[in-house]
Design a protein around this ligand. Structure first.
Ligand SMILES: [Zn+2]
Length: 273
């Protein structure tokens, strides 16, 4: 079993603020040591559940930063090394601990956003296909910045992982963080990256996706106004739109999701001032 590194992110990124030690849990991340990097110039290609994983260099080690899906069962999880040429293939493992997220009950006044009509379902399925492509996209990136800034200076209103009950019905858990911003607040990109989606979605409303490389992808939802186009390169902190209350909402706020290897993880692991 590989030793898990409850490491400080500043070692990885040069940012002078420490990441609290943590245990891999569903919706969290695992930092897994892959071994010596001294002679290898290219980072190893690592996969988790069939998806490529972000790898960073830390002095003489390669570290995999793995996103753990919210529906992962506690127990041992395995990373696979691509093209190791060895039989059996080289693997690394880590242990996922259980985590129980609180329940959140919400009332949505637009009932159609809770119980979509048949024509809505067609649109939702079409959009899900597009979103899946965007959130699972792999763009090579040498120096991925893991120290993310908040997209707006505002208090958190809903945390990641809440088990949601909408109008008395159980729905998917909350896959991002909500920031309490009034309509019209400038929203900025959490890190440098390129815009891979900008459009209007049934549940998320006006939405922007930014790809930061190596499977680290951010999403900004319920915007009032989108100020960027697909293909545009954004600097860290660059404005991408204005907050609003489009899509399925109880009121104005920003919904912010961070994806790693295709899965939504708690953005609070990455937030740096
Ligand atoms: Zn949200």
């Amino acid at each position: 079993m590989e030793r898990l590194v409850g490491w400080c992110f500043f070692i990885l990124t040069g940012v002078a603020s420490a990441m609290p030690a943590h245990t891999p849990v569903p919706g969290g991340i695992a930092i897994v040591r892959l071994g010596a990097a001294s002679h290898a110039t290219e980072s190893p290609a690592i996969h988790f559940q069939g998806r490529r994983v972000l790898v960073v260099r830390n002095a003489n080690d390669w570290l995999a930063i793995v996103g753990i899906p919210l529906d992962t069962k506690p127990g041992t999880a395995t990373l696979e090394v691509e093209g190791s040429g060895e039989r059996p293939p080289v693997t690394h493992s880590f242990v996922v601990a259980a985590k129980q997220y609180p329940v959140q009950k919400l009332t949505i006044s637009d009932h159609r956003k809770v119980d979509p009509q048949p024509e809505d379902m067609k649109r939702i399925l079409r959009e899900q296909e597009v979103i899946t492509k965007v959130r699972t996209h792999w763009a090579p990136g040498e120096a991925v910045d893991l120290a993310l800034m908040l997209p707006a200076d505002a208090p958190l209103s809903s945390r990641f992982g809440l088990r949601r009950v909408l109008n008395g019905q159980s729905r998917n858990p909350h896959n991002g963080l909500d920031l309490a911003v009034p309509r019209g607040t400038p929203i900025r990109s959490t890190a440098a990256g390129s815009v891979t989606f900008a459009g209007d979605l049934f549940f998320a409303g006006k939405t922007v996706f930014v790809d930061h490389g190596q499977g680290l992808i951010s999403m900004y939802a319920h915007l009032d106004e989108i100020g960027v186009r697909v293909g545009e390169q954004l600097a860290r902190g660059q404005r991408l739109g204005l907050s609003g209350m489009t899509g399925r909402v109880t009121g104005p706020h920003l919904h912010w999701t961070i994806y790693l290897n295709g899965t939504a993880v708690d953005p609070e692991y990455f937030i740096r001032p």
